[in-house]
Design a protein around this ligand. Structure first.
Ligand code: G3P
Ligand code: CA
Length: 273
């Protein structure tokens, strides 16, 4: 088991917020669920923009989830797709555009005129604006397209002392397991998550392998079962599941007793309802 887990668990257990809903279970113990705003409160504002992240803070989510990629000239930027086509007024691959080109795009109008002028944020801007205000779940999106992006991410975190054990509300995750293994070596004190929607990653051996370097196993809710949650917990990892876009999905994950729910709608995750 990864040795930072025990410390992380202890630190997280004392960090309560309105959305880390505490509720009594049958045996009398108290459990919390972290509420993670997926690409910000993206049900209410354009994903991965300041408007969506501010909305998540306003809604008292515990974390924002962000997707990190890299511009042609090496700037780390926050955008989900590997092209700008769907969420901006531009076209092309993120990696083929300079930061100046990305900065000039409108990343809000596609969700309504009231959001026009929203920009693609940089990773640094997000860290500076939200550190200490809300947790940040950082996804390295398609890191195989950006050789060395792990080192660049680490550099930005270190610059701000966010690589230290006290910062338990910074978590890194990716669908790229090799990238997360490498990141764990570079940042041994920052929690690491692996993302998957594949049942082939839920076998006992696969989970054991993940537990060597990961603190979180983060599956699509389509593959979550009670047994999976038990197996992940049995290996000392936590489980955060995605992407909640309905009340039914939120209710299902609360019943499965996952540790965190990643949702476009932070208000859907309330076990008291
Ligand atoms: O945080 C989990 C989720 O973000 C993974 O899927 O495609 O929304 O990045 P995706
Ligand atoms: Ca993501």
């Amino acid at each position: 088991m990864k040795k930072t887990l025990i410390g992380a668990g202890l630190a997280l257990s004392v960090l309560f917020s309105p959305f880390q809903q505490a509720f009594a279970e049958s045996k009398g113990e108290v459990r919390k669920v972290d509420n993670v705003a997926h690409r910000g409160a993206s049900g209410y504002a354009p994903e991965n923009t300041i408007a969506a992240f501010d909305k998540a803070v306003e809604m008292k989510a515990d974390y924002i989830e962000i997707d990190v990629q890299r511009s042609k000239d090496g700037k780390l930027v926050i955008i989900h797709d590997t092209t700008v086509d769907r969420t901006t007024n531009g076209t092309g691959n993120v990696r083929d555009l300079t930061y100046k080109q990305l900065e000039n795009l409108d990343a809000g109008s596609w969700r309504g005129e009231q959001f026009s002028g929203e920009k693609i944020p940089t990773f640094g801007q997000i860290l500076d604006r939200y550190r200490g205000k809300i947790g940040i779940l950082i996804e390295l999106k398609s890191p195989e397209l950006y050789p060395g992006i792990e080192e660049s991410v680490v550099q930005e975190l270190k610059k701000r002392n966010l690589d230290k054990p006290k910062n338990k509300k910074i978590i890194l995750q990716s669908f790229n397991f090799e990238s997360m293994k490498k990141t764990n070596q570079l940042l041994p004190n920052v929690p690491i998550g692996v993302l998957t929607s594949s049942n082939t990653d839920t076998t006992p051996q696969a989970l054991k392998d993940f537990a060597e370097y990961a603190d979180y196993f983060n599956p699509s809710y389509s593959i979550v079962t009670e047994d999976l949650v038990k197996n992940v917990h049995g290996l000392g990892m936590k489980i955060s599941s995605w992407t909640v876009r309905s009340h039914e999905a939120a209710e299902f994950l609360l019943q499965m007793k996952v540790d965190a729910i990643i949702t476009d709608y932070p208000d859907y995750v309330d076990p008291r309802k």
